[in-house]
Design a protein around this ligand. Sequence first.
Ligand code: FAD
Length: 414
Amino acid sequence: MVNSVQYDVIIIGAGAAGLMCAAIAGQRGRSVLVLDHANKAGKKILMSGGGRCNFTNYYVEPDRYLCRNPHFSKSALSRYTQWDFIGLVEKHGIPYHEKQLGELFCDNKSSDILDMLLNECEQGGVTVQLSTSVESIVDNTEKDDAATSWQYQLMTTQEGLRCQYECESLVIATGGLSIPTLGATGFGYQIAEQFNLKTYATRAGLVPFTITNQLKSVCTELSGSSCDVTMECNNQSFRGNMLFTHRGLSGPVVLQISSYWQAGDTVRVNLLPDIDLAQVLRETQHERPKLSLKKFIAQWLTQKMSEQLVEFFLSALFKQGIPQTLAELNAEQMDLIAAQFNAWQLTPSGTEGYRTAEVTLGGIDTDEVSSKTMMAKNQQGLYFIGEVLDVTGHLGGFNFQWAWASGWAAAQYV
Ligand SMILES: Cc1cc2nc3c(=O)[nH]c(=O)nc-3n(C[C@H](O)[C@H](O)[C@H](O)COP(=O)(O)OP(=O)(O)OC[C@H]3O[C@@H](n4cnc5c(N)ncnc54)[C@H](O)[C@@H]3O)c2cc1C
């Protein structure tokens, strides 16, 4: 018979949510073990925010999250707020700054946040065990001959060594599927399935678009150039930087809208969000009829962008030859040109997928979980926190805030 090591709480996943939950539960006096198959804790924290971790946002609101149940995140987010996390960051003397739109970043490195969490875990007497695979999870209460009163039994391997653990509370904090090279797996969804919890189909979110049609060569030519645009899709609209890449389109505004985009959808892009091009065209035609059409449009774009985009749009509109001056345009043509720039209808071929996505949309149905405790409603002692749940934030520190808040909420009850 294999000997078991017992803990009050076992948390699978030493990422943002798992470490937060572990620290708080440990500081409540619970014995806590965190298991992770990766060789390092918090790999996504280290990679986040371009190495400076956008750890929260001044303006956290439930409407910054996508979830089938828009009310689910409210409870945890209101009990552990951005101000609580900022307080923790300040307690540890970590310098930070607001970049834009309330986004808070470390002045130095993301490792400041990871070190802070590991330090908090240490204060709570938490054991973090890495390079460990969980092979099986058994609910002892379902066994007729259970020789123990601990609810969950886990069989693990670490560098070939098998070990059995038992715990009263089991927390699944294994995150989503994005960036497998950082340790992402679908483990949390498998556990949900094992315990008959419903999950929603997953897809990549906060992810660049790929373009394979005739626009591809424009994207390649403009690769590295960016412009301020608004993007709309499925009744959502964002404004920010759009970046052309060798594969298609990226940048903050593209990542944001990608979470609302489904395969085949068209995205509406306003390349000149502060200009009503139809009106300005009419006025300028009246005042300066001899002005060159290309020069007129180029005044708002960089030279490289106007060379590529103006040519691309105008040659598509005017198959018989592009008009030289504004005087040559009739009212209908002016509206068509304006629509190209103010309401460009773009159909991405796809997204770059989990390989580069910052988050995973979908996941465990939040109706299966208590919004107060994060415990599964029909499975005593089994908790789900962080991105594994069907809660996905906008870009800007909202995903970490969900990890902190849901981890903290579960830590009060495990
Ligand atoms: C490149 C990048 C940059 C990002 N930048 C930001 C940012 O600046 N701000 C922001 O708010 N959000 C950012 N995010 C999103 C954010 O990182 C996640 O939403 C957040 O980390 C989710 O926390 P989590 O604890 O649920 O999952 P994770 O932090 O992903 O942690 C999950 C842990 O579970 C472990 N695990 C997985 N499967 C198993 C298994 N089978 N067995 C054992 N362990 C397992 C993993 O190794 C990992 O350590 C970024 C994401 C990426 C990919």
